[in-house]
Every structure is written in C-alpha cells, then in structure tokens.
Write a protein of this length. Structure first.
Length: 355
C-alpha cells in the first residue's frame, strides 16, 4: 500500500493553517486483534516504520528500500498531518506491526486523488490487521475528500505489488478495481550507445536556476497522462529536486532555442545501495514537451543521463513506466536496453462529489 518514493505523484500540500482543528475525524482503527492497539502515527515512529518495510520487502518485492529520512521526506514536511492522517498499530510492548497513511492530493484537474499507503509486518499478516487499517483509511479518505475537494469526484488509490496478494483481495472486496499497471525496468550501465546528436538541441546538466522552468515543462509534458494534476512548487521541491537522493549532476536538460524542451531527473538512494550492494541511478522524471516530440530528444537525454551515471560509478539504471503511457515510452525504454523486473498495479475506487 506504500506509494513508491521514486514515482511520487504531483499535488499540492495542505497548508497547516487551513486544517480544521476541532472537526471530528476517523480516530479509531476498528476490530484489531486482541493485544494490539492503534494510535496516531508520529515522526518518532519513522525509524520503526522503515524497519517494518525492510522486514516486509523480501515478501512484498516492491523494489523499494526506504530509510527513516526517506519516509520523512514523503510523510512529513507539512505534506501529511501524521496525527490525523496516519495510524500506527502496536503490540502491548510498543512494537510497531502496522502503519497506514492517507495522503490527500490537492493538485487537481478532473478528480481528487487520495492515496492509501501502509504495510503490515509479515509476522502479523492473516490476523485482520490489514483489513482494519484499510477500513480506517476508507473512512479517513472520505473525510479528506469532503474537506478538500467535495465538488469533485475522488479517486482512492492503493498500490499492489507482486508479493502483496492479500492486499489485492482486500481492496477488491472493498470495491476497488485495477486501473493501471506500472512496470519497473532496469539495465546495466555497460555497453552504452553513443549519445546521439539532435539538430538544434543542446544537452546540459540540470541547473538550479532552471528549477521552476523544469517543473513547468514537466506539467506540460504530462498534461495528457493518466492521473495528471496541476503541479505545485512546494511539492516539486520537497519530493523531487529538493530530495536528498536527487543528483543534479546526473540529470540532463534538453534545450531548444535556450528553453527546456526535455529533461531527465536522476536519483541515487543510499538506502537502496546499502540494502542491495548495487549503486543504481533511478531516472525518476522524464519528459519532452509536446511541440518538441518526435525529434529523438528523449533518447538523447536518457543516453546522456546513463553516461553520466556510469561515469559517477553507478552500476545500473532503473525507472518506472506506465505500460499504457500515450507517448510510447515503454517501447522506447526497451529499445534503450531496459528490461522489465516487476509490475505494480494501481487499484482505485471512486467517491462521488459531495452535495
């Protein structure tokens, strides 16, 4: 149920001063097994949450290895109100056995996205913990929908990974349906092709002075993609170019007439390297604005980013792609030597606008 840190959707954070202070909200997690209790999640729980995710990874096969600082970038920084939007399930001695978070995305176009995230420790699965947390998330999701965008339909979304079949059963019974398939792809950073020259295009490293220009190019490039929403400066910098893992030196901008027409933003996650022993450059955001498509800009920028990663000592490169990406990106990545390693399925259910 945890949204991958490398593929975070865009949205607008809630402003803490706008949060209602006294309104009722879904405080209780219903029907937990005997001996377990639930309480609000706090920033102090993040190290234990990271340990829980590490214990679950051999079973769940998410491809993600997140430490407490990675979780803080996603769940704190005023983007999530953990006390209201997060729950920790603990044993009598305080050990964390389950977490759940509801993330309300306020960058909207046609609907309001609400992300349901979390995990249950493998040793505690099959006892109803996941079902109880999902029940709480559904109630909390309805509340944040009424609070933030009642005028729009809402899409409650949960991610199901290769090893999380029990979660698939839970969301299916809750009325969710599979709506999108996202493929993780990787390639070794050996035998790289030469960076192709594209007439009229200059490839340069990421420049902090162009940060907002890249954000706006990203918005323009993904306007026609599933689930696209209006971008936000705070979210962009918190989740993308302000991330600890972001590597501007391994990122590439494609300039046409001096303006950003394409981009590849690269990340190196220390927790991944520690867990796998392999230093991977993750190509997190890639795009070309519509007027510049069809000229080979994407291929050139990606190959340039791969070359930079190889020169920096990375052994592999990875990325994630919507298998129904309208630009044909899935086929492009295959042609550039990337091969599929796993698929994440996005499940969703719709809430109607609130009268």
């Amino acid at each position: 149920m945890l949204t991958p840190a490398r593929t975070r959707p865009q949205g607008t954070p809630r402003n803490p001063v706008d949060r209602p202070r006294r309104r009722p909200y879904a405080a209780a997690v219903p029907e937990l097994p005997d001996g377990l209790t639930a309480r609000p999640l706090t920033a102090d729980d993040l190290p234990a949450a990271a340990e829980l995710l590490a214990a679950a990874e051999p079973v769940d096969d998410t491809g993600e290895h997140l430490d407490a600082d990675d979780l803080a970038e996603w769940w704190v920084e005023d983007l999530v109100d953990l006390a209201r939007d997060g729950r920790a399930v603990c044993t009598g001695d305080g050990a964390l056995v389950g977490v759940a978070v509801v993330v309300s995305m306020r960058g909207v176009r046609e609907d309001h996205r609400v992300l349901l995230e979390g995990r249950v420790h493998p040793g505690w699965r099959g006892r109803g913990v996941g079902r109880a947390l999902l029940d709480w998330q559904l109630r909390r999701g309805e509340e944040v929908h009424r609070r933030d965008h009642p005028e729009l339909p809402a899409r409650l979304r949960a991610s199901v990974y290769p090893g999380t079949g029990a979660l698939e059963s839970l969301v299916r019974r809750a009325g969710f349906s599979a709506e999108r398939w996202y493929c993780d792809m990787e390639r070794p950073l050996t035998g790289l092709p030469e960076v192709p020259a594209v007439p009229g295009v200059e490839l340069v490293p990421f420049d902090r002075d162009r940060d907002d220009e890249v954000r706006r190019a990203h918005d323009a490039a993904f306007t026609d993609h599933h689930g696209a929403a209006e971008g936000d400066e705070t979210v962009w910098r918190a989740w993308f170019t302000g991330s600890r893992a972001f590597r501007p030196d391994l990122s590439v901008l494609a300039l046409v007439d001096g303006a950003v027409a394409g981009y590849v933003l690269s990340y190196v996650y220390d927790a991944d390297t520690r867990a796998t022993g392999v230093r991977q450059a993750h190509l997190g955001q890639l795009g070309v604005v519509r007027p510049a498509r069809g000229r080979g800009i994407a291929s050139a920028a990606i190959v340039a980013a791969l070359a930079a990663a190889a020169a920096a000592g990375c052994a592999t490169a990875g990325l994630q792609v919507d298998t129904e990406n309208p630009t044909g990106a899935f086929g492009l990545y295959r042609r550039l030597g990337f091969t599929p390693v796993r698929t994440r399925v996005q499940w969703a259910c719709t809430l109607q606008p609130v009268p």
